[in-house]
Ligand binder design. Structure first.
Ligand SMILES: [Zn+2]
Ligand SMILES: [Zn+2]
Length: 136
């Protein structure tokens, strides 16, 4: 059953996700800020196999995170929209960028990550679980 669908700004890439989100996190780390071009990224983590690209093919970019893991970002090579991310850490999860979802009204972030890097102007929801970095 399709839980949600989305795509990039230009419409060349479309995807469906057939699983409930495992967790939803606002990440304030420098890498997420650079990648999204925004103050923080809201990432929805789902089983990797549940993300089905139904049109187009995202391009990948690899970089090394503070943890030493290789992080892969997937995006549209036409319009630049960030869509997915995953880590060599072996969690088996893929993150979906909330801004790419068609109807994100169901999204309720449960975590704030890397608050030590949060932009001073960002409004932080302290009522959800907060971490200065990544949880151990
Ligand atoms: Zn695009
Ligand atoms: Zn991040």
């Amino acid at each position: 059953m399709v839980q949600f669908s989305g795509g990039c700004l230009c419409g060349s890439i479309r995807y469906q996700v057939d699983a409930e989100p495992k967790r939803i996190a606002n990440c304030h780390c420098d890498d997420c800020r650079k990648a999204t071009g925004s103050a923080f990224a809201t990432n929805i983590f789902v089983d990797e196999a549940a993300v089905v690209v139904t049109q187009g093919a995202p391009k990948s970019f690899d970089h090394t995170a503070d943890s030493g893991n290789t992080m892969t970002k997937q995006f549209c090579d036409n319009c630049g929209s960030q869509l997915f991310g995953f880590s060599s850490g072996g969690s088996g999860l893929k993150s979906v960028k909330v801004g790419s979802i068609d109807d994100a009204s169901f999204v309720q972030p449960g975590l704030n990550l890397f608050l030590k890097h949060a932009a001073p102007f960002t409004q932080i929801d302290r009522s959800i679980t907060c971490f200065d970095g990544m949880p151990e």
